[in-house]
Design a protein around this ligand. Structure first.
Ligand code: F0G
Length: 355
C-alpha cells in the first residue's frame, strides 16, 4: 500500500521528469473513478465519474499546477501570476506556498466563490480583485508576465495542459481502454484540450485502442464556443466557467471535431438540478461548474446521443464545498431549514417519526 506520489512522479515517463527535475507536489492526481448506478440507470449506459474535487486544493487545477510551478522553479522564477475564476488561483497559491515563492492572482471582483478566495488568502497569495471579468484578468496577467519578472501559470502555459492530460491517462489505466464518450465542462477550454491530448497519447502509445467522442458543455450565459462569437458579458451561477473568450478556443474545436463530438450549452437551472442529483443519488458533491457534465449527460441522452451500453466518463472538476451556498438551497430555490430539537432522545425520535 504505497502512497500515491503525485502526477510528476506517477507519470514521470510521459511528463519527461528526470532525477534533475524539481518536483513541487501535494500528492495531486490518482482521483477515484466512481461508477454511478443512478446515472447509469437513467441513461442506459455505464456512467463513471472522475471526481477531481478530491485533489489537494479541491479541483483538477492541481494536476497542471504541480507541473507549471515545478518548471517555473527550474527556470528560476521567484513569482508566478495567473488570472482566475477561483480554482486556478487557489492551486497557484497553494503550490507557490509549497515551493516558497510568491503567487499573484487576479480575480474578477465579487465573482468568485468564497471558499476559493479563502484558499488564496490562507496560502498567502497576493490577490488583486479586478473590476472586470475573467477575460480582462487574463489579458492583464499575460501583459504582466511579458513586462515584469513574473511567470504566467494560466493554461496558455503548456505545462498546465501537460499536467492535466494525466487525468485521461488515469481513466484509460483504470478502464483498460478509453471510454466511448467523455463529458467535460468547458470554460477557458484548457481542460478539454488536456484530455484530448491525453487520450491521443493513450492511443498512439498503445494504452488504448481508440479515443472517445468528446462532449463539452458551456453555461448558456457564457457559451462563446457554442455561439461562435465572443461573449462580452458572460453570466452564470457556475462562476468557475463564467468566461466569454476562452484562450484555448481553437484547441477545443479541434478536440470536438477530431473526436466527432460536440460542445453544447446548458442553462443554470439544469446545472443546479444536476448538482443536487449527483449529490443525492451518487454521493458526490461538486460545484455548479462541474455539475454541468451531469446536466450535459442528461441533455445528450434526451437528444439520443448516448448509445445504449456505452462506457461514459464524466469529469467533475471541483469540490462542492468550494461554493457551499448552493448545497443549502432546495429545488425551488428556497433555503433548506434543518429541523431542531432539545438534547432529548425521545423528542428526537418523535420528530423523526420513529417513536
Ligand atoms: N470546472 C471548474 C471547477 C473550473 O474551475 C474550471 C476553470 C473549469 C471547469 C473549466 O476548465 O477553463 O480548462 O475549460 N476554471 C479556471 C479558473 C478558469 O480560473 O479556475 P477550463
Amino acid at each position: 500500500r504505497n502512497q500515491w506520489r503525485g502526477v510528476l512522479h506517477e507519470w514521470a515517463d510521459v511528463l519527461d521528469v528526470t532525477d534533475a527535475s524539481t518536483v513541487v507536489t501535494l500528492g495531486e492526481g490518482g482521483t477515484p473513478l466512481i461508477e454511478s448506478k443512478a446515472l447509469s440507470q437513467m441513461t442506459d449506459a455505464r456512467v463513471l465519474v472522475k471526481f477531481e474535487g478530491l485533489n489537494p486544493t479541491g479541483s483538477f487545477k492541481d494536476r497542471g499546477m504541480t507541473v507549471a510551478v515545478s518548471r517555473a522553479i527550474d527556470k528560476g522564477a521567484k513569482a508566478i501570476a495567473c488570472a482566475s475564476t477561483g480554482n486556478t488561483s487557489a492551486a497557484a497559491a497553494a503550490y507557490a506556498a509549497a515551493a516558497g515563492i510568491q503567487a499573484i492572482v487576479l480575480v474578477p471582483e465579487g465573482k468568485i466563490a468564497m471558499g476559493k478566495l479563502a484558499q488564496s488568502v490562507v496560502h498567502g497569495a497576493r490577490i488583486v480583485q479586478v473590476r472586470g471579468n475573467f477575460d480582462d484578468c487574463l489579458e492583464i496577467s499575460k501583459e504582466l508576465a511579458e513586462q515584469y519578472p513574473v511567470h504566467l501559470v494560466n493554461s496558455v502555459n503548456d505545462d498546465r495542459i501537460e499536467g492535466q492530460k494525466t487525468a485521461a491517462l488515469e481513466i484509460v489505466d483504470v478502464l483498460g481502454d478509453a471510454p466511448d464518450l467523455h463529458l467535460i465542462p468547458v470554460g477557458n477550454a484548457g481542460n478539454i484540450t488536456s484530455y484530448w491530448r491525453g487520450y491521443s497519447l493513450a492511443e498512439t502509445s498503445g494504452m488504448a485502442t481508440k479515443r472517445p467522442r468528446m462532449l463539452g458543455f458551456q453555461a448558456a450565459g457564457a457559451a462563446p464556443i457554442v455561439r461562435g462569437e465572443v461573449v462580452r458579458e458572460p453570466d452564470t451561477v457556475a462562476t468557475a466557467i463564467r468566461i466569454g473568450n476562452p484562450a484555448s478556443w481553437q484547441q477545443a474545436l479541434d478536440a470536438r471535431d477530431e473526436s466527432g463530438g460536440s460542445i453544447t450549452a446548458i442553462g443554470d437551472a439544469d446545472i443546479l438540478k444536476a448538482q443536487r442529483l449527483l449529490a443525492s443519488s451518487t454521493g458526490v458533491f461538486v460545484e455548479p461548474a462541474s455539475a454541468i457534465s451531469v446536466a450535459g449527460l442528461l441533455e445528450r441522452h434526451a437528444a439520443g446521443d448516448i448509445p445504449a451500453g456505452a462506457t461514459v466518463t464524466l469529469t467533475v472538476t471541483g469540490h462542492g464545498l468550494k461554493d457551499a451556498q448552493w448545497g443549502l438551497k432546495r429545488e425551488d430555490g428556497s433555503d433548506a431549514q434543518p429541523e431542531s430539537a432539545d438534547a432529548d432522545t425521545a423528542q428526537v425520535a418523535q420528530l423523526l417519526g420513529l417513536a
